[in-house]
Design a protein around this ligand. Structure first.
Ligand SMILES: [Zn+2]
Ligand SMILES: [Zn+2]
Length: 270
């Protein structure tokens, strides 16, 4: 059985969407309440092997064999201790994220978290699960922190502790979409900090940092920087959809996405 088939079995039976069963992506009726319709499911891209030993970025087949690092990791060794991504960011995962943010959040949180969980490294020993924080004004306007909801689900399913406010946003940052690396760092400077009340708990802990979408990595990098300064022993980043730099260069930037009305599906060319 392929990895994807196995994942389909993990994800499908546990999803409880509202009756009547409809695919949350395309709205097509589905026979049973099983997450996504077959065609949308087939559009999700699960990151495979071979991959970078440091950040798990999928690499070309020519890179098979041995411990290999991707060019960005070689050029700029990251602070984190690995990235576990449920899917690679594409049209299908983007629509799932939008549906999650602007609609069927409870049912989708479960499915998205299961897809992340399937990609996690073995979590030996005790881990703490910490979401990437949202500023409280965003929290008020949206009503929930999507990363927090995923972290909660991951904590439930893995049995590891949740520190929902381990990191806090002290400053609201505008969208990072379209900014270069330096500008992103400037925009983020001083915006994320360790919650003083959680310092003791985080010290020497292994931390799984959770976000819904990993875009440029600037935000998660800032979080990891703060966590390491607070002396966590490891920080692994977990996300539902990982944007590879290639997608950023093609002008579609997830952090600048706005809610959209469901559009008719574009014809697929196959
Ligand atoms: Zn569908
Ligand atoms: Zn890498």
């Amino acid at each position: 059985m392929s990895v994807k088939q196995r994942l389909a079995e993990i994800v499908q039976p546990a999803v409880d969407l509202v009756y009547p069963p409809r695919c949350p992506l395309c709205g097509d009726a589905i026979a049973e309440q099983k997450g996504l319709c077959a065609s949308c499911w087939s559009e999700l891209v699960i990151p495979g092997e071979p991959s970078c030993a440091t950040c798990q970025r999928p690499l070309g087949d020519s890179m098979l064999g041995g411990e290999v690092q991707c060019a960005p990791c070689l050029a700029n060794p990251p602070r984190h201790d690995g990235i576990a991504a449920g899917t690679l960011y594409n049209d299908a995962s983007r629509k799932l994220i939008l549906a999650f943010k602007h609609g069927r959040r409870i049912a989708l949180a479960d499915m998205l978290a299961k897809l992340i969980e399937a990609r996690l490294p073995k979590l030996d020993g005790d881990w703490l699960i910490v979401p990437v924080p949202l500023h409280r004004t965003r929290l008020w306007s949206r009503g929930f922190n999507q990363a927090g909801l995923l972290a909660q689900n991951l904590s439930k399913s893995t049995g590891h502790g949740l520190v929902v406010d381990g990191l806090i946003r002290t400053k609201r940052t505008e969208s990072l979409g379209g900014l270069g690396q330096k500008a992103r760092e400037r925009a983020l400077a001083g915006s994320i900090t360790i919650n003083p009340a959680c310092k003791e708990r985080l010290k020497d802990a292994q931390v799984l940092l959770v976000d819904d979408v990993l875009t440029s990595g600037a935000t998660s990098d800032m979080c990891v920087r703060k966590l390491k300064r607070a002396k966590v022993s490891r920080a692994v980043v977990a996300c539902f959809a990982r944007v590879l730099d290639e997608a950023l260069e093609h002008g579609r930037h997830p952090e600048s996405e706005t809610p959209e009305v469901r559009k008719p599906r574009a014809p697929r060319d196959e």
